[in-house]
Design a protein around this ligand. Structure first.
Ligand code: NAG
Ligand code: ZN
Length: 494
């Protein structure tokens, strides 16, 4: 081929692609009222997975999601994932997991989009300005429980597929869906379902896409890591019953004093974790990471005001972001058995149990952390020479998740963001834990990308949750562009 021909061929290819995108984007713009209406229908269903009285609503929500995919001609299944056990010993059917499939061309990549349609509880009395289950638009924001977490992102993916269909354009990749209804209460039953379908539903999946998080600022973002979490109980037990401080105070070594003493050895006032071995296990911050953090759009003042504090742990952006995302931290959450009612009570509790957790980052290992924390607390406790008994247990051990930002999946994401928003995305992490990412990675061995479309101020889990119309509609275009970009990835780089 003549070298002079090459540029013109490339030009033709890129014009075809640009043309296709423009058509699709125009279709999305002209159908946005329908998309908002469907979001209204979905938000109207109180699919609160934590409230067993709302379970019929949750079942209805799953059926509604399945029905939508069926109407679009997808191969849809409602997968039974069994029952959950209630504290009273009864059982309750878990909401079925919806799986869907559009296209099965072996010459194309197959992506699997994960999302959830259950929500956190919400009541008007909690301080909502609008009815939480009545989607209400104010100044371009769509207020409603579950709007951002995670109903609009799931619908945006569905509408992205639907737009290709409506314009009789071939889907550039095969698209699968996994939509669950128990995310907000720990994805009960989903791990087992993924494991059970590893060699069936997931066998031809190349990539997994999760859009269950948000941007950090007004700039679009791709998320490449989440922290894990190790959750501990430390129980100190002494006298055989609670005692009166006037009668017995001064004669016994109090469990609470022991417990506070050992808790105080976990972390220094300036945030340094004191458990030996933990800081040593953390992957060092690379120069490249430092530069990336430097470029991220993040307003420290805004952040400070949002949480209502006068001072943060760190005064510069890079340190703050690094400690939010890629360093471990200890948080002390509460003490069971401690007096916490209003007023005064002169009790000496006989047994107190502290609850604390340590956020996990590469290259920490929860099994190792369990040993480090248990050994350390026992050693500091031993120095107190207390007759009381200490018991340390780890009740959750969730690993962190980290992706390679140079992976073709992320390069495709950057290109899609560029096309839709005409800017480069911030590459960010989540300080919180999204255990399902880790499960997908460990069980299926596939690459995962987190592609959020929610805004930084969407108020997930809190009052006045919202999704902006802009993010919802432009996010749908992002997914359209992304499917096209993923189809360009060389098959060999799977
Ligand atoms: C939702 O809110 C709108 C506006 O306040 C109101 O007109 C409508 O009746 C409400 N719908 C329901 C189902 O409560
Ligand atoms: Zn969510």
């Amino acid at each position: 081929m003549s070298p002079r021909l090459l540029p013109s061929i490339l030009l033709v290819i890129s014009t075809v692609r640009a043309f296709q995108y423009t058509e699709l984007a125009r279709y999305i713009d002209s159908h946005q009222e329908e998309y908002v209406e469907l979001l209204r229908d979905w938000v109207a269903i109180e699919s609160d997975s934590s409230n067993i009285l709302k379970r019929p609503e949750l079942h209805r929500m799953m059926e509604m999601a399945a029905q939508k995919l069926r109407q679009m001609g997808g191969t849809v299944e409602l997968v039974d994932i069994g029952e959950q056990e209630l504290p009273g010993g009864q059982t309750l059917a878990l909401p079925k997991v919806v799986t869907g499939q559009f296209g099965s061309d072996p010459n194309k990549h197959t992506v699997c989009v994960y999302g959830h349609v259950d929500v956190q509880p919400a009541k008007l009395e909690d301080g909502w300005a609008t009815e939480p289950y009545n989607l209400t638009e104010i100044n371009g924001n769509l207020y409603g429980r579950g709007a951002s977490d995670n109903k609009a992102p799931v619908l945006a993916w569905i509408h992205a597929v639907e737009a290709y269909q409506a314009l009789s354009m071939e889907l550039p990749v095969n698209v699968k869906f996994v939509i669950e209804g128990m995310e907000e209460t720990g994805s009960n039953g989903l791990d087992a379902m993924i494991l059970a379908q590893r060699d069936s539903f997931f066998s031809d999946v190349d990539y997994i896409i999760i859009s269950d998080c948000g941007w950090l600022s007004r700039r679009p973002a791709l998320t490449y890591g989440t922290r894990g979490n190790c959750y501990f109980f430390a129980e100190v037990e002494g006298p055989k019953q609670d005692l009166h401080s006037g009668v017995y105070g001064g004669t016994v070594i109090e469990p609470m004093t022991d417990l506070i003493g050992i808790l105080d050895t976990l972390i220094s006032p300036n945030g340094k974790i004191l458990v030996p071995g933990i800081r040593e296990a953390v992957a060092p911050l690379s120069d490249e990471e430092w530069r990336m953090y430097q470029d991220i759009q993040f307003d420290m003042e805004n952040y400070k005001n949002k949480i209502g504090v006068t001072q943060l742990m760190y005064t510069n952006k890079v340190d703050l972001l690094a400690h939010m995302w890629r360093y471990p931290t200890v948080s002390i959450h509460g003490i069971e058995g401690a007096f916490s009612d209003p007023g005064t009570k002169t009790v000496i509790p006989a047994k107190v149990t502290a609850k604390f957790s340590i956020r996990q980052v590469p290259d920490m290992d929860p099994a190792m952390v369990k040993k480090q924390v248990t050994d350390y607390l026992h050693s500091v406790f031993a120095k107190r020479k207390s007759p009381n008994k200490l018991k340390v247990t780890m009740v959750i051990g969730a690993k962190p998740w980290l992706a390679d930002t140079q992976h073709p999946l992320y390069e495709a994401g950057k290109a899609a963001v560029k096309r839709v928003f005409d800017t480069d995305p911030d590459l960010i992490r989540e300080g919180g834990t999204i255990p399902i990412a880790r499960t997908f990675q460990d069980v299926t061995g596939k690459s995962i990308i987190m592609m959020p479309i929610g805004g930084f101020d969407d108020g997930l889990h809190s009052q006045n949750e919202k999704m902006s119309r802009y993010n919802y509609i432009e996010g749908t275009k992002l997914f359209i562009a992304y499917l096209n970009e993923v189809s360009q990835i060389q098959k060999t780089s799977v």
